[in-house]
Design a protein around this ligand. Structure first.
Ligand SMILES: Nc1ncnc2c1ncn2[C@@H]1O[C@H](COP(=O)(O)OP(=O)(O)O)[C@@H](O)[C@H]1O
Ligand SMILES: [Mg+2]
Length: 293
């Protein structure tokens, strides 16, 4: 992967799902069009969150996890949400993923999404190959075509040669790449990522940043990426939504005008990150508690 001089995105997408009508026919039981490479001129948003509040519990013990949160994510956009631990990031992603319902407000998701966590949700008893193949089996993709797709996906996430390994035999970064391949096998058009790289060492994390960015550029999928790491958010996002704690609110939205690929250690990234941290500090001084002190 990774050569930008030719439109590899198209050929990758084609090699994986878009084998014209043939590929679609192979995905028996689904009527939807090929899911990678959603047209970027599509009107409207892939994800629209409108004045969403989430309250856990009732009465005295009620906890307002999210308070009138609104934002949109465009098709193919890479949006990061940054905020302190406990500010409601996972709650918000869970609502977008449809795992839970908002107490108030509306969540409108127009793409098929896959959720990725810090701990890759792989089946430990299945090989890498079988982990990636499983969603295709569930979609009743024919065996031959399955083989082609798994091969292409593993190549895409650079796991060729590791097909027979089981998750515990892989490094943290490789496990995340296998999880990514599986998400793509679910024909996701959007990735909801909940601090996926928080457990990785800095070097592996930098490599993963580069890889997720390349995959995003190649496939054109939409990414909503949640992190407490301000620099990571600036490194990756087209836009960064900054969240306050208790209750979780969107304080502001910052467009990151820097060219890609960015370096997390670069002064430009550091400068924007510093603005965000200042903002979070001011918020803490205004409203009392919070970990960004
Ligand atoms: N299922 C739940 N029941 C009650 N409280 C919850 C539940 N899930 C999260 N919370 C609370 O909601 C707040 C936001 O949590 P969470 O969304 O996990 O934050 P983050 O992902 O930003 O660390 C925290 O105070 C947390 O304790
Ligand atoms: Mg969380």
């Amino acid at each position: 992967m990774g050569t930008r001089s030719e439109p590899e995105g198209k050929s990758l997408a084609t090699s994986i799902f878009g084998q014209g009508r043939e590929g679609e026919k192979a995905l028996a039981g689904t009527e939807e069009p090929a899911l990678v490479g959603v047209p970027s001129d599509h009107l409207g948003s892939a994800i629209a969150v409108e004045s969403v509040s989430k309250v856990y519990g009732r009465g005295e013990s009620a906890l307002v996890a999210l308070d009138r949160v609104s934002f949109d994510v465009g098709f193919g956009e890479f949006v990061c949400i940054v905020g302190a631990s406990g500010c409601g990031k996972s709650t918000l992603l869970g609502l977008v993923a449809g795992l839970d319902q908002p107490t108030r407000g509306k969540v409108d998701v127009r793409i098929r999404t896959a959720l990725m966590f810090q701990e890759p949700a792989l089946f430990p008893w299945l090989s890498v190959w079988k982990n990636v193949e499983l969603p295709l089996k569930l979609q009743k993709v024919q065996r031959e075509h399955r083989r082609e797709i798994v091969q292409a996906l593993l190549k895409m996430v650079r796991l060729t040669g590791f097909e027979n390994r089981r998750p515990h035999e892989l490094s943290g970064g490789m496990r995340q790449r296998a999880a990514l391949a599986r998400a793509l096998a679910q024909r996701a058009e959007g990735l909801l990522m909940d601090e996926p790289f928080a457990a990785l060492d800095a070097i592996t994390r930098d490599v993963m940043h580069q890889e997720i960015e390349e995959l995003w550029e190649e496939t054109g999928f939409t990414v909503l990426f949640v992190t407490h790491n301000v620099r990571e958010a600036v490194r990756l996002g087209d836009r960064v939504m900054v969240m306050s704690s208790r209750p979780g609110r969107i304080l502001t939205e910052i467009r990151v005008p820097l060219a890609r690929p960015r370096r997390i250690e670069s002064p430009e990234v550091a400068e924007i990150a510093a603005q965000i941290v200042d903002l979070l500090h001011r918020e803490v001084r205004l409203h009392g508690t919070g970990p960004y002190r």
